[in-house]
Design a binder for this molecule. Structure first.
Ligand code: SF4
Length: 155
């Protein structure tokens, strides 16, 4: 039974990881339009068993307005929502909150952070760990957050 669907919102990414099974990079083309997202959401409603949709890539935060609109549309269609991100945008706690707050306002349910031995090679390790710490700090700021970790539940 199909209960969850993952949107590859874009193939573009800030990084170019060796292991990326989609070969994403800063130069990769291909991004959903909001109309296409809404068309898919309508089809998912017809299935009747889908409970949650996840927006990922590539790096979905590169298209922040589209991401926020898609989260809002998915919530209005009755789905729980998740985003998977490499957190390149979380350069300071204040800026991280600036990027995250509109998505929480749009109805984001869960934030999944790509932080493991296969991401953020070499020079990115420290930045990635800092981003994860910043996300942990953000957990304290949003009342719907559940448990800190590499997956941040927002409701
Ligand atoms: S951060 Fe994720 S989407 Fe981006 S290149 Fe690496 S594996 Fe692919």
């Amino acid at each position: 039974m199909l209960t969850g669907v993952h949107f590859i919102l874009t193939y573009m990414c800030t990084y170019e990881c060796d292991h990326c099974f989609l070969s994403c990079s800063p130069w990769t083309q291909g991004t959903f339009t909001h109309r296409q997202v809404e068309d898919v959401l309508r089809e998912l409603q017809k299935i009747g068993t889908v409970e949650a949709v996840s927006f990922e890539g590539g790096e979905p935060f590169l298209f922040h307005p589209l991401l926020a609109a898609s989260i809002r549309s998915a919530r209005q269609a009755g789905f729980k929502t998740a985003i998977e991100t490499n957190t390149y945008w979380a350069t300071t706690e204040a800026d991280a909150e600036l990027w995250l707050q509109p998505l929480v306002d749009a109805g984001l349910s869960m934030l999944e952070v790509s932080d493991d031995a296969f991401h953020h090679e070499d020079e990115y390790v420290d930045a990635c760990h800092m981003c994860s710490k910043l996300c942990l700090a953000l957990v304290q700021k949003f009342p719907r957050l559940l448990a800190p970790g590499q997956v941040y539940g927002l409701e």
